[in-house]
Design a protein around this ligand. Structure first.
Ligand SMILES: Nc1ncnc2c1ncn2[C@@H]1O[C@H](COP(=O)(O)OP(=O)(O)OP(=O)(O)O)[C@@H](O)[C@H]1O
Ligand SMILES: [Mg+2]
Length: 140
């Protein structure tokens, strides 16, 4: 199953639409609630990042019996230092974005913690984030 969404830049009213649509879909598929939560957190953070930090982009989700693959791509300006961007508390969010309650610098670390694999590539032409969440629950 495949589902795509477009994410306009700067439109915070739109952010979270893909996450809630995918949440609904996974519920229908009887995916464990804990797994759904991981997907929704990771997807929501990636969505907000496209709205807050990029020129706009799109999301593509592929659901198989084993996992969900999510690719979030945008049209730039890119992340110049991915390692730095991944560190907790690092944020370049504007004061407008911070006033809306974002900009703690926790989005990318949250995506990392809530996905089973994460691959980020970026250039000035755009950023592409590929994340996968397995449906089989983790044993602690
Ligand atoms: N799609 C993107 N395009 C360009 N830069 C990005 C993108 N996603 C993240 N970044 C950069 O990485 C930084 C860290 O992102 P992260 O999501 O961890 O924190 P944040 O978005 O600033 O704050 P929070 O997610 O806690 O609201 C951002 O401040 C921004 O500089
Ligand atoms: Mg963020």
């Amino acid at each position: 199953m495949n589902q795509s969404f477009s994410i306009p830049a700067g439109d915070f009213s739109h952010a979270g639409q893909a996450a809630s649509e995918i949440k609904r879909l996974l519920k229908q598929l009887n995916i464990p609630p804990k797994v759904i939560k991981r997907v929704v957190v990771a997807l929501y953070e990636a969505e907000v990042n496209v709205v807050a930090h990029s020129f706009g982009g799109s999301i593509s989700c592929t659901i198989t019996p084993e996992h969900i693959d999510i690719v979030v791509s945008d049209c730039g300006p890119g992340i110049s230092d991915i390692e730095l961007a991944m560190s907790e508390g690092y944020s370049t969010a504007s004061s407008e974005v911070r006033e809306m309650g974002f900009g703690a610098g926790m989005g990318l670390p949250n995506i990392k913690n809530n996905s089973d694999s994460l691959d980020i590539s970026s250039s000035e032409q755009g950023t592409s984030i590929h994340m996968r969440v397995n449906f089989k629950e983790h044993t602690p």
